[in-house]
Structures are given as structure tokens and as C-alpha cells.
Ligand binder design. Structure first.
Ligand SMILES: [Zn+2]
Length: 262
């Protein structure tokens, strides 16, 4: 069963959450402890189109979400695709006739808002204004960033203000880059001095707990909401000698993906 994006765009609010740096295996291990993200089903294993934030998000905004990690290409129905390419597309794929899905949704009447997280959304230098620049409105505060252990709380509180200021008949595309799972994540494990799968898992539990308020506020608007939640890339913690991301290793290219109606 594939989501019919042509029955979503125009009627639903759309909430896209990137769980920056979350590994697929860490996400799966925490499924039972993530009632908000996994209440309606498990994570799907996908491959990211980019190994670090900047590359991956350009791909996402271009309509290239993480690819199902299966060799059967026929099961992969794209949610978004550029119009008028001459390529055959699935009837459930929504076609946009702009450079990216963000401006494409704006052309359909959506208000587009970015709540930034990691440094590529900080707007502090020209490079860090590129990704937020896709959106009509974008926000970043120091306390949304990776160094603040309560970053998701601050991001969600800001998103609630955006929701408050958006009339229910105004369709909304809200994008949030969650920074909490990106390093440093060891502050979520008492006594830990290094980031690990364990600290990612603790960070994810924290994030899921905070997302409950956001999901509830969207539900209270009264519109149907299509939610996309996935990671932009994983992180190597010494596997085969690799550390970090922006490299090609399964710990980086395997990412968790979910889509659901709130
Ligand atoms: Zn990232």
C-alpha cells in the first residue's frame, strides 16, 4: 500500500521531521519506548541520498526522500517528483513544477516554515542560510542547537507558537530538523563521556517524549496531518575503523523512515 500524495497535498497539513544523525539500528531498538514516533508502526529501513546534513536535505527538498532498502525497485513509489521531466511516474506521486517541494507546496497555498536544529540551519554564515532559505519563514535559536540538552523542548515550544499563529484554514508545511541525537548525545546518559549507540537511544527517547506536545497541537488544529519522520544519515562509532558521518558505511547510509497520519 502506498500513500497517495495527490490525496494529501491541498487537504492535509504536512509535518516533516528529520531526526538528524539517528542510526537505523538505534531507532529500531527504541521502538517500544517511542509511543509518539512508533505508536502506529515500526521503522522502515531506508538508504539516505546523502551522507551528511547539507547533501541529504538538498535531496529531500528536491523530492528525493530516503530510498527503501530493498532490491525490488517496483515497490518504491516516490511521494514527490518534479513535473514535466518526461519520465513515467506513479499516479500516487505528487508532481511539483518548481525547483523543490518546499516552493512547490507554497505554490499550492501552503505556509512553509523551518524550525532549524544543527549548524547547517543556524543562519549564522551564508552557507547556513541556504537550507532555511527554502522556506518562507525560518527560525533558529542557540537553544535549538546540538549543545543544548533541552533543544527539542525549545524547538517544539517554538513550533507551537507557529501553530498558534496559523489559522486552521491555512495549510501548513512545517519542517523541523531535530538536533538532539546529533553529537554530543552523551549528556543523555548519566556519567557517559562519549557518544554511542546507547547515547543515541537515550537522546531518541528524550526526543519522542517532547514530540508528543507537537503532535497533540497539530491534532487540535483539526486538520488531517501527514507526518514524515526520518533520519538524514547515521553515524559510525568505530565500526570498521570509521567515525562520524559524511562517509559511506552502512552505519551512515542505513536510516530509519516512517510516514503516518497524525
Ligand atoms: Zn545531519
Amino acid at each position: 500500500m502506498t500513500t497517495d500524495m495527490n490525496a494529501i497535498v491541498g487537504t492535509h497539513d504536512i509535518l516533516m521531521i528529520t531526526l538528524d544523525t539517528l542510526r537505523y539500528d538505534a531507532a529500531v531498538l527504541e521502538e517500544p519506548n517511542c509511543p509518539n514516533l512508533c505508536g502506529s508502526g515500526p521503522w522502515e529501513k531506508r538508504h539516505t541520498p546523502g551522507s551528511f546534513t547539507y547533501a541529504a536535505h538538498h535531496a529531500f527538498f528536491g523530492g528525493f526522500l530516503p530510498t527503501p532498502a530493498t532490491t525490488d525497485k517496483s515497490t518504491h513509489v516516490r511521494l514527490f517528483h518534479s513535473a514535466r521531466t518526461g519520465m513515467k511516474t506513479h499516479p500516487h506521486t505528487w508532481l511539483f513544477d518548481t525547483p523543490d517541494i518546499v516552493s512547490g507546496l507554497a505554490a499550492e497555498g501552503y505556509r512553509t516554515v523551518c524550525i532549524g536544529g544543527v549548524i547547517f540551519f543556524s543562519k549564522k554564515v551564508p552557507l547556513a542560510r541556504v537550507l532555511p532559505g527554502y522556506f518562507q519563514q525560518s527560525y533558529w535559536r542557540m537553544n535549538f542547537g546540538v549543545t543544548n540538552p533541552k533543544s527539542t523542548e525549545h524547538q517544539v515550544s517554538h513550533a507551537l507558537k507557529v501553530l498558534d499563529g496559523t489559522p486552521p484554514d491555512q495549510r501548513l508545511f512545517l519542517f523541523m530538523n531535530v538536533s538532539a541525537i546529533h553529537g554530543p548525545s552523551h549528556h543523555y546518559v548519566p556519567g557517559a563521556r562519549h557518544d554511542s549507540v546507547e547515547s543515541q537511544r537515550a537522546a531518541l527517547r528524550y526526543v519522542d517524549g517532547e514530540l508528543g506536545r507537537l503532535f497533540q497541537a497539530f491534532r487540535e488544529r483539526g486538520n488531517p496531518v501527514f507526518c514524515l519522520a526520518f533520519s538524514d544519515h547515521g553515524e559510525a562509532f568505530g565500526e570498521d575503523g570509521y567515525h562520524g558521518h559524511r562517509l559511506a558505511h552502512e552505519t551512515v547510509w542505513d536510516v530509519p523512515y516512517r510516514e503516518f497520519i497524525l
